[in-house]
Write a protein that binds this ligand. Structure first.
Ligand code: ZN
Ligand code: ZN
Length: 365
């Protein structure tokens, strides 16, 4: 029987184990992906630390991945109706089974809140099969939406990785307009992709407050006009810095991508009157925070929005942008660190410590 090596988180707080698992039988209209690269993001750190709700441990992490279709049973079609063939280079929408039949999908048109949606590597566990990217092969269940990568470089695509659809969604949701000054809080993978997309969408200048210095350097490389280290500045300094860079008014748009609850209030305070705030970094529950509704919200006439998950449209457009050499150039400036399956624990530790800009898992290595 053919077997597959996979990295498994057995339960919260337990280290990743490399296990040998049987290669699955394919259901009709499903496929196997030979994983070239998957990634280690903040979500994986949260998974290992047991910070996400509804996770069916044990699980194989790795929600966004790229590779070649190594086996197809039945038909696998792209959104134009064209069939995929074995050997095709693809990625796939990690969100599966959005139902298009519930109140969230049909009435609210908020498909990222569909209660039936499942996410590979997050809410699909080992019991659901080889449903995570930290594995030599990944099982693409029927109705998984694959996207052709054509000749898009695997590494360059993964430099954006899961941050790509998230950041694209956040920039859209924030309503960035031509000539805006955009402030990005956070310089992790999502923050960096937000900087690139905000400029692409017509921001005149993007400012970034984040840490550590290595990531701020990356922020400047991908186009941030100015950066400030959150770890070595106090709140008074940060407010003054934002005002100095915005003619004393505050940012037109602030996008929060940090994960720290206090950053949500800071985002409101750093934004100009009648400006816009988009919160995308609060993916896990890090607790409560207090604010002054009169000063921070009402009197400022602020527009504050949350941004949850991403759908096929964000993913698809992210891939298309990556296929454009000029538009995707900024991502090739990001430094990548590759880890083998057996080095997944090291990768998690490095991501948790902010030691790396972008960590990739190379399961075939
Ligand atoms: Zn991720
Ligand atoms: Zn639904």
């Amino acid at each position: 029987m053919a077997t597959v090596l996979a990295g498994v988180i057995p339960r919260p707080h337990a280290p990743v184990e490399v296990r040998e698992l049987p290669e699955p039988e394919l259901e009709p209209d499903s496929a196997l992906l030979e994983v070239a690269l998957s990634e280690v993001c903040g979500t994986d750190v949260h998974l290992q630390q047991g910070r996400l709700e509804g996770v069916p441990y044990p699980l194989i992490p790795g929600h966004v991945s790229v590779g070649r279709l190594s086996k197809i049973r039945g038909r696998l079609l792209d959104i134009t109706g064209r069939p995929f063939a074995e050997g095709d280079r693809v990625t796939f929408l990690d969100v599966h089974r959005t139902c298009n039949a519930c109140w969230h999908c049909l009435v609210a048109k908020a498909t990222t809140r569909c209660p039936r949606r499942k996410v590979y590597g997050i809410t699909y566990g080992l019991a659901d099969g080889l449903a995570g990217g930290w594995a030599q092969k990944l099982y693409l269940k029927p109705e998984t939406r694959c996207i052709r990568l054509g000749d898009v470089d695997f590494e360059k695509f993964m430099a954006g990785g899961c941050a790509l659809p998230t950041a694209l969604h956040a920039v859209e949701r924030a309503g960035v307009e031509l000539g805006d000054t955009v402030l990005v809080l956070g310089s992790g993978p999502v923050g960096l992709s937000v900087i690139i997309f905000a400029l692409m969408r017509g921001a005149l200048r993007v400012l970034c407050i984040g840490a550590p210095e290595r990531r701020l350097e990356a922020a400047r490389q991908v186009g941030a006009a100015a950066t400030l280290n959150v770890e070595t500045s106090d709140e008074e300094t940060r407010v003054r810095w934002v005002l100095e860079h915005t003619e004393g008014r505050g940012a037109d748009v602030t996008i929060e991508a940090t994960g720290a609850p206090i950053a949500v209030v800071q985002a409101m305070r750093y934004t100009r009157d009648a400006g816009r705030v988009c919160v995308v970094g609060q993916y896990t529950d890090h607790g409560e925070v207090s604010l002054n509704p009169h000063h921070d919200l009402n009197r400022k006439h602020l527009d504050v929005r949350g941004c949850w998950g991403s759908d096929f449209s964000h993913f698809y457009r992210g891939v298309r942008i990556m296929a454009d050499p000029a538009r995707s150039e900024a991502w090739s400036l990001l430094k990548l660190d590759r880890y083998k399956l057996g080095e997944a624990n090291e990768a998690l530790a490095d991501v948790a410590a902010g030691k790396v800009t972008k960590a990739l898992i190379a399961p075939q290595a």
